[in-house]
Design a protein around this ligand. Structure first.
Ligand code: AMP
Length: 395
């Protein structure tokens, strides 16, 4: 990795301004329902505290769009972090201003402060220079450990780097290590599993990855646009008719690159998207009035036989409508199968990560990304602004 990590900074006794991702799900009473993201930041937080840093944490939560919204306060995260660390985490009423400056001035080595939701200020998402400067004035060094926002050029991800020595935290470092390897020198054979709702969301990923992979396994709703381009009947399945031509181009490019594309050979179908609906399994062709909602058992078996020999597997997008039990089997079986393989398994964030965590298989994968959008952009070959902005190792 060519970017500086927290290990490369001199942080002993320094004020460490750290961007974390505490964008956690809350219930209607503002109780945290899943603290995975807070726990994910612990290695960097504990490392900074081990070196007696004065730690100033900042994050966004939800989309308050520049307004103070009480229900989107980070206060519950301060309480949870305090419990996890077994020490006080002082919650601020704002992320900038006199009160914050005074509190930072009064910090002792090993103290932790959590700033209030950055997006209560519209300047955050606008990457406003003065706002970034104010944030930066709170620290001696900057550490970015929020991979989920690295694809956004915001004040707390990019703006602050103009004013402070900047490095990544352990979480971002791990993400970069895995994704860089996928993009630059993956162990072969390399299988890419793509599913989810739309071809249009994944098209750039396919274009960028096609000459790096050996197998492309397609599932989810996007499979039906590809099946349509192969002249199959797709009934009432979700389809993007304007992308059928693009699917044709992808087959052509795949042939040129010696990449094998696999499409569902059988499908779990239903007449409506509901948990109680009657389901059937059919082959490649789906009758009128029926919707393809999961890959069938024959396809699952076939996909597993391809994945068995892969040395690298990257997966983005569930292969069925996994939120409903009747259409969860394909995603579940593939997840269980790859969890037992020796291959490097990298799971994109968002729905795929949620599905795998729900199955309790998170720890069995080599890497589960903490950023849905960020991981997709990485695979699209886009350099993430929040990472580009960090100092190079040898600078
Ligand atoms: P994405 O965010 O693009 O990864 O899409 C994930 C969504 O695609 C999930 O909500 C899935 O339920 C949905 N999905 C997967 N397969 C299908 C399908 N066959 N028909 C409709 N939606 C699907």
């Amino acid at each position: 990795m060519h970017k500086k990590s927290i290990r490369d900074l001199n942080i002993r006794g320094k004020r460490v301004l750290m961007r974390v991702d505490f964008n956690v799900p809350l219930d209607e009473k503002q109780r945290i329902t899943d603290d995975t993201r807070i726990k994910a930041a612990l290695p960097s937080i504990k490392y900074a505290l081990k070196y007696d840093a004065k730690l100033i944490l900042m994050s966004h939560l939800g989309r308050p769009k520049g307004e103070v919204k009480k229900e989107l306060s980070l206060a519950p995260s301060a309480v949870r972090l305090s419990k996890l660390l077994g020490k006080e985490v002082k919650m601020m009423k704002d992320c900038i201003g006199e009160e914050v400056k005074e509190a930072v001035k009064g910090m002792k080595d090993g103290d932790v402060i959590l700033l209030e939701n950055l997006r209560f200020h519209k300047e955050e998402t606008k990457n406003d220079e003065n706002f970034a400067k104010e944030l930066a004035s709170l620290g001696d060094v900057f550490v970015n450990d929020a991979f989920g926002t690295c694809h956004r050029a915001h004040a707390s991800t990019v703006g602050v780097t103009k004013f402070l020595p900047s490095a990544c935290g352990f979480l971002v470092e791990k993400e970069i290590d895995y994704f860089d390897k996928l993009i630059k020198n993956p162990d072969k054979p390399f299988a890419l599993i793509l599913g989810g709702a739309k071809v249009s969301d994944k098209i750039k990923v396919i274009e960028n990855m096609l000459h790096k992979i050996d197998f492309l396994l397609i599932g989810g709703a996007m499979a039906y646009t590809f099946l349509k381009s192969r002249m199959k009947s797709i009934g009432n399945s979700k389809v993007e008719l304007d992308k059928v031509g693009l699917a044709d181009d992808i087959f052509k490019k795949a042939r040129e690159n010696n990449v094998s594309i696999f499409l569902p050979e059988d499908n779990v179908i239903a007449q409506e998207i509901s948990a109680k609906t009657k389901v059937q399994i059919v082959g490649e062709n789906i009758p009128d009035g029926w919707i393809g909602l999961d890959i069938g058992p024959k396809t699952t078996k076939k996909y597993c036989s391809v994945l068995k020999d892969a040395k690298t597997i990257c997966w983005n997008g569930p292969v069925g409508y996994f939120e409903l039990k009747p259409f969860r089997k394909g995603t579940t079986e593939i997840a269980k199968f790859i969890s037992k393989l020796k291959a490097t398994t990298v799971i994109g964030g968002g729905d795929t990560a949620a599905a795998i965590n729900e199955l309790g298989l998170g720890k069995k994968m080599s890497h589960i990304s903490t950023g849905g959008g960020a991981s997709l952009e990485y695979l699209e070959g886009i350099e993430l602004p929040g990472i580009v902005a960090l100092n190079d190792k040898w600078s």
